[in-house]
Design a protein around this ligand. Structure first.
Ligand code: MAN
Length: 361
C-alpha cells in the first residue's frame, strides 16, 4: 500500500555529527542517529543516540577499520591495504582475506536529556561503550521501554559473530546493567511492548535469514522475564512495494483505544537490486490482546523529503526508533540519512484516520 505521507506539524533536525566532538582526536564522528527516546518528566525526553565514529585520517593507500578491543577496553583501528578490501557501501567493506564484512565505523551510545523533546543541550550526559566480545563492531539503534520499575533497552550488538540484539536495563541512564544477547544473529530491530499481554512480555523482532524463501518479515515472541524468549511466530511480511527490501520494528508499540500502534520501517530495494534503496516509515494497528492480528495498516506515513533525510552518509533514510504521545500528537524520533537525529510531530487523529482495515484482521 502506497498511502500519502502524513502532514508534518513540526519537524526538526536535533543533532548532527558536526555538533558532537569525537571521543578521541584520531577519530571523527560520522553519524549521530537512530535514537531511542522516552519521556522522563512531564516535558523532558531522554534520548539514547547512536554515535558512529570512523578513523579521522588514514595514510593514502590504506583503509582503517575501527573495532572495540575488549581486553584493552578501547577503540583500536585495524589497517588494511586499499587492495585488500572492497567498499560495498559507505557503511560496509568486504575483507578479501576472510571473505567477511567489516563496518567502516564503530558505534557507541550517548545519553542526551532534552528539556522539551524539541532541542538538545550542547553536551551528552553520559556515553555508553561496547564491553562484550559480541559488541566489538559496535552497539547500535537502541529502543527504550518503561516496564515495571526500570527502563529496558534493546540494542544491536555487532561483531564477527553477526548482528544480534542485546538487552540492558537502567533506572537513571547512567548505571546500565547488561543482560546479554536475547535474539542471536541475524536479528535486529527488536521492540518491547510496554505491558504484559496475557501474563507474558511480548517483543517484535526481525530475523534476517541468509536464504530468502520469503519477503522480509517481522516476528512476535513472548517471554516470562524479558530475557528468555519463545513462542516465535511471523507477524507481518513486506507488501511488495516500498517495504520489499527490508521491514523492521521501529518504535516500541503504543496502546491506543483501538489497539497497538506500531510505527515500523521499510526499505524499497528489491531482492538482487544494487545500492541501499530508500527507507520510509509505516504504521500498523495490532489487536489489543492478540498482537499477532493486524487490524489496520496505513502504508507509508513518512518518506525521505527534507534535505537532512535525502542527503547524508546514506541518502534517503527515515528510520523511526521511538514514538511518544504528546497531547493530540505523536512525536516520532528517527534517524535521518544514517547521519542525523530528527523529530517529527504528527497529528494523532490524522494518523489513526489513515489506518485502513486489514484483510487479515
Ligand atoms: C547495516 C546498517 C548499518 C549497521 C550494520 C550493522 O549495514 O544498518 O547501519 O551498522 O548493518 O548492524
Amino acid at each position: 500500500m502506497l498511502a500519502q505521507p502524513l502532514r508534518r506539524k513540526f519537524n526538526a533536525c536535533l543533532l548532527s555529527p558536526t555538533r558532537v566532538p569525537p571521543s578521541r582526536p584520531d577519530l571523527r564522528v560520522v553519524g549521530t542517529f537512530n535514537p531511542g527516546a522516552i519521556l522522563t518528566g512531564p516535558q523532558e525526553v531522554t534520548l539514547l543516540v547512536r554515535v558512529a565514529e570512523a578513523p579521522a585520517e588514514t595514510e593514502p593507500g590504506w583503509v582503517g577499520l575501527p573495532r572495540w578491543d575488549v581486553q584493552r577496553a578501547e577503540v583500536v583501528v585495524d589497517r588494511f591495504r586499499a587492495g585488500e578490501v572492497t567498499f560495498l557501501d559507505p557503511r560496509v567493506v568486504l575483507v578479501h582475506r576472510t571473505g567477511f564484512r567489516r563496518l567502516t565505523f564503530l558505534s557507541h551510545i550517548a545519553v542526551w536529556v532534552s528539556p522539551d523533546g524539541r532541542d538538545l543541550p550542547a553536551q551528552p550526559r553520559h556515553r555508553w561503550w561496547p564491553a562484550a566480545e559480541w559488541e566489538e563492531y559496535g552497539i547500535e539503534d537502541p529502543r527504550i521501554t518503561a516496564l515495571q520499575d526500570r527502563f529496558w533497552i534493546t540494542y544491536v550488538a555487532v561483531s564477527r559473530h553477526g548482528a544480534a540484539t542485546a538487552l540492558a536495563t537502567t533506572r537513571d541512564f547512567i548505571h546500565i546493567e547488561r543482560h546479554g544477547i536475547i535474539f542471536p544473529p541475524e536479528n535486529k530491530d527488536v521492540v518491547l511492548f510496554p505491558e504484559r499481554l496475557n501474563g507474558r512480555f511480548v517483543a517484535i523482532h526481525r530475523p534476517n535469514p541468509n536464504q530468502h524463501f520469503c519477503a522480509p518479515e517481522m516476528w512476535l515472541a513472548d517471554s516470562p522475564d524479558l530475557v528468555h524468549w519463545g513462542n516465535h511466530r511471523p507477524l507481518w511480511g513486506a507488501t511488495g512495494s516500498w517495504d520489499v527490501g527490508r521491514v523492521g520494528g521501529g518504535a516500541p508499540p503504543i496502546r491506543t483505544p483501538d489497539g497497538w500502534l506500531l510505527i515500523y520501517h521499510g526499505n524499497d530495494l528489491p531482492p538482487g537490486g544494487s545500492g541501499i534503496g530508500s527507507y520510509a516509515a509505516g504504521a500498523l494497528l495490532l489487536h489489543p490482546e492478540d498482537p499477532g492480528r493486524i487490524l489496520a495498516m496505513a502504508g507509508r506515513i513518512l518518506v525521505p523529503e527534507t534535505p537532512f533525510e535525502t542527503r547524508g552518509f546514506v541518502p534517503n533514510v527515515v528510520f523511526p526508533t521511538a514514538a511518544l504521545v504528546r497531547d493530540d500528537s505523536l512525536w516520532i524520533y528517527y534517524g535521518a540519512a544514517d547521519e542525523h537525529c530528527a523529530v517529527v510531530e504528527l497529528d494523532r487523529g490524522e494518523l489513526l484516520a489513515a489506518l485502513r482495515p486489514s484483510p487479515c484482521g
